[in-house]
Design a protein around this ligand. Structure first.
Ligand code: AHG
Ligand code: MN
Ligand code: MN
Length: 336
């Protein structure tokens, strides 16, 4: 009997992918399952955040010097805990933790991946019920299996990622992840508590009409960025416009929308903060990887994000990501 199943769950999908690789160990599938589990737990808390005393600052300041929201702490603990107890992760680094953590138990020491993440992105939006997210990047460790993971496992260029993804806790909750073979999106079906394949093989449209940038910083952007923003404002029907400006202030939601619909997201450096705000390892590398696999581009304004060799875990970088032809027009402005 052939059972005609229409919707694959995340687990079913990753296992199906494994069948194409007879020598694969299944460790990546297991790691994605762990991330999916943490995401479901965070989702439950996000959904009831207005009801319980979990909103607002927890009174401390994170390693980036920013106020830590209680949900940030909760999310960080969920992702760290689930990966520590899983069987695929030798260590983690998180936007919320000063330094990387290498797991010391024997199973973890024999695991081949490390995972870097922003457990809760857009946390400034929690109190006002705007979509927030989680971002993660997965690297194969460079140190030998059996040893304790070390700094060099974490300080790899983004091009070395084997997978990257994000979860958006929005009007529905979605997990999107990329491997070199493609980008796939899964929507949480609350009735069965499973992420189900809803957006197979996502491709970013080559051109779009959405540009996303914080206009409040306009006069502190370099001239090339200002020129590009003005070109966006001047688009007409004749040259692919008009464009629409959309900026939620939750990068996961902003880039997710632009990935699906076509668009460009920019967080440039400013005169007072030349490196901008976003973190290379936790925010930019995962999105650069996802966007490139989907057919788009990502740069720091000068070079490809994925080629940057990181100097430190919490490094920041200007970030431009989106549809290929829009990125090319931006590059023309920046190179003038
Ligand atoms: P986080 O909440 O992890 O600190 O990141 C928030 C980021 C990103 O999601 C968003 O695009 C950006 O901050 C918004 O910054 P501005 O308010 O400066 O535009
Ligand atoms: Mn963030
Ligand atoms: Mn964060």
């Amino acid at each position: 009997m052939i059972v005609n199943r229409k919707v694959l769950t995340l687990d079913e999908f990753t296992i199906q992918q494994l069948r194409n690789f007879p020598h694969a160990t299944g460790e990546l599938s297991s790691l994605l399952r762990d991330i999916g589990l943490a995401a479901k737990r965070v989702n439950v808390e996000v959904n009831k955040a207005g009801l319980v005393d979990i909103l607002g600052d927890d009174g401390s300041v994170n390693v980036q010097g920013e106020d830590v929201k209680k949900l940030d702490v909760f999310a960080n603990n969920q992702f760290t805990g689930v990966l520590q107890h899983g069987i695929s992760c030798a260590g983690i680094a998180s936007e919320e933790i000063d330094d990387y953590i290498a797991f010391e138990d024997e199973v973890s020491k024999h695991s081949k991946y490390v995972c870097l993440y922003d457990p809760l992105d857009g946390s400034g939006n929690i109190d006002v019920n705007v979509s927030i997210g989680t971002i993660f990047g997965v690297y194969k460790r460079v140190t030998p299996l059996g040893s304790t993971a070390s700094r060099e496992d974490f300080l790899q260029a983004g091009v070395q990622q084997v997978a990257a993804g994000y979860i958006v806790y929005g009007s529905s909750t979605m997990l999107v992840y990329a491997t070199r073979r493609g980008v796939n999106g899964f929507t949480l079906d609350p009735s069965i508590g499973e992420f189900c394949l809803s957006h197979p093989d996502i491709k970013c449209p080559d051109a779009g009409n959405i540009y996303s940038v914080n206009h409040g910083h306009f006069f502190r952007y370099e001239k090339g960025v200002q020129d590009y923003i003005q070109r966006c404002q001047g688009k007409t029907k004749e040259n692919g416009g008009p464009y629409t400006q959309r900026y939620i202030g939750s990068m996961v939601s902003d880039v997710h929308r632009n990935l699906i619909k076509g668009g460009i997201f920019m967080y440039p450096g400013t005169t007072d903060k030349p490196e901008g705000k976003l973190r290379l390892m936790y925010e930019c590398n995962p999105f650069a990887f996802i966007m490139e696999v989907a057919g788009g581009k990502a740069t720091d304004g000068k070079k490809r994000i994925l080629d940057i060799v990181p100097q430190k875990l919490h490094q920041r970088t200007p970030f431009f990501v989106g549809s290929k032809s829009m990125m090319e027009e931006l590059e023309l402005c920046l190179n003038q």
